[in-house]
Write a protein that binds this ligand. Structure first.
Ligand code: GLA
Length: 386
């Protein structure tokens, strides 16, 4: 890949011999959805697919961008003096990260020629934006010698996505990309960012991503609505319990206090956040004790909760998850990521993988008229120079 990227760089900008190429991964979340902005736990892992970025520093303040994914757009030219929070273009992701660095006093002393290529399927919910943010931060750190840790790269990525791209996301995606470790999932407590790596070499079991190839519009506004509904529920609960986040409650505490939540919708959203966080704790405990079956069952419950209580699935993804449950050798299957389209993640016994793909592919085509794609997950490392 590096060679192809440098060839394109040379063709567009010349000077490829001075270019450095960086990479940051996308992620898949195994369990713990919409818990990260509720002070709960998540359990994602970095993928081996992600975003590549080739860069050469300029001697003026110009920024030039080119994406091999959108070649027809050509080169976008802008500058370090043209940061406009809220602008709507893929370049708003790397620009937002530059803007966030500058806001923290890390000034960029020169412009850059940038070429990117991403191998995460568009709209799949596997964090192409977070990987673009993290690769940008990693590149800036290296090019300008900034003193930032990978955890800070994740925080800067989240900050820029919240404030430059106006998507009120939590920290999970950027954290998974910045802190990824080969063959390990990351058990992260978003309340204080403490985390541990969990080895995911499961004997005879594969992690399969199934892409519905469906992306519903208004995902950002639906996501921001869910977040607001949880915040409203939290405020109501705070009149009866002393908590800072929904993630501090277990199921019993939630049930005992939920009548404080005035709005019915906010109540079921909060229920998802609380139960999903507890499910994540149970799932990781089960995995640690080698009980992969229990992990799978909790994934199925997590799907139902995302679909019914959180209303963050969609018909097509429900078809994928719910039909997967009946296929022999499937331990668990659920929607992964923010939702409203995108992918499911499933644990499937190795010998059942071929049948899983053909059976589910056929059911999906029959029921929705669409084609789904399958990827066997390899868990990769975090950002790096290639
Ligand atoms: C998106 C957001 C994350 C997280 C997930 C849902 O991917 O970027 O912060 O909230 O949705 O778990």
């Amino acid at each position: 890949m590096k060679k192809k990227i440098l060839e394109k760089f040379e063709e567009l900008y010349g000077n490829a011999e001075a270019a450095k190429v960086y990479f940051a991964p996308g992620r898949v979340n195994l369990i713990g959805e919409h818990t990260d902005y509720n002070g709960g736990h998540v359990f994602p892992c970095a993928l081996t697919i992600g975003t590549y970025m080739a860069v050469v520093k300029r001697d003026d303040r110009k920024l030039r961008f080119f994406s091999m994914n959108f070649p027809a757009n050509g080169i976008t030219e802008t500058s370090l003096d043209e940061f406009v929070p809220g602008e709507d273009s893929w370049t708003a992701y790397p620009k937002g990260v530059m803007w966030a660095f500058e806001g923290r006093g890390m000034k960029l002393s020169s412009g850059l020629d940038i070429l990117i290529y991403g191998d995460i399927p568009a709209g799949s919910g596997l964090s192409s934006s977070a990987s673009l943010e993290v690769v940008t931060g990693y590149m800036l750190k290296d090019q300008f010698g900034f003193d930032v840790t990978n955890v800070e790269l994740a925080q800067i990525g989240q900050y820029s996505e919240n404030n430059y791209n106006k998507m009120n996301c939590g920290i999970m995606d950027q954290f998974a990309s910045a802190m990824g470790k080969k063959d390990n999932a990351i058990f992260l407590d978003t309340a204080d960012l403490s985390f541990e790596y969990a080895p995911m070499k499961m004997d005879g079991v594969k992690i399969i991503i199934t892409n519905s190839n469906v992306k519903h519009s208004l995902v950002t506004s639906a996501y921001n609505d869910r977040r607001r509904e949880c915040e409203t529920a939290l405020k109501d609960l705070q009149s009866v319990v002393d908590i800072k986040a929904l993630g501090e409650l277990n199921e019993e505490q939630f049930e005992a206090n939920k009548s404080a939540i005035k709005d019915e919708i906010c109540l079921i959203r909060a229920k998802h956040a609380v139960y999903e966080n507890q499910r994540t704790l149970k799932a990781v405990a089960a995995l640690k004790s080698g009980n992969i079956e229990v992990f799978g069952k909790l994934m199925n419950e997590a799907h139902t909760s995302m679909s019914k209580d959180y209303a963050a699935s969609c018909e097509e993804v429900d078809v994928l998850a719910e039909n997967a449950w009946d296929i022999p050798g499937v331990l668990g299957s659920r929607i992964t990521g923010g939702g409203f389209g995108g992918c499911t993640v499933s644990l499937v016994k190795e010998e059942a993988v071929d049948n899983f793909k053909s059976t589910l592919g056929k059911i999906y085509a029959d029921k929705t008229g669409n084609v789904c794609d399958f990827y066997v997950v390899s868990i990769g490392d975090g950002p790096r120079e290639l």
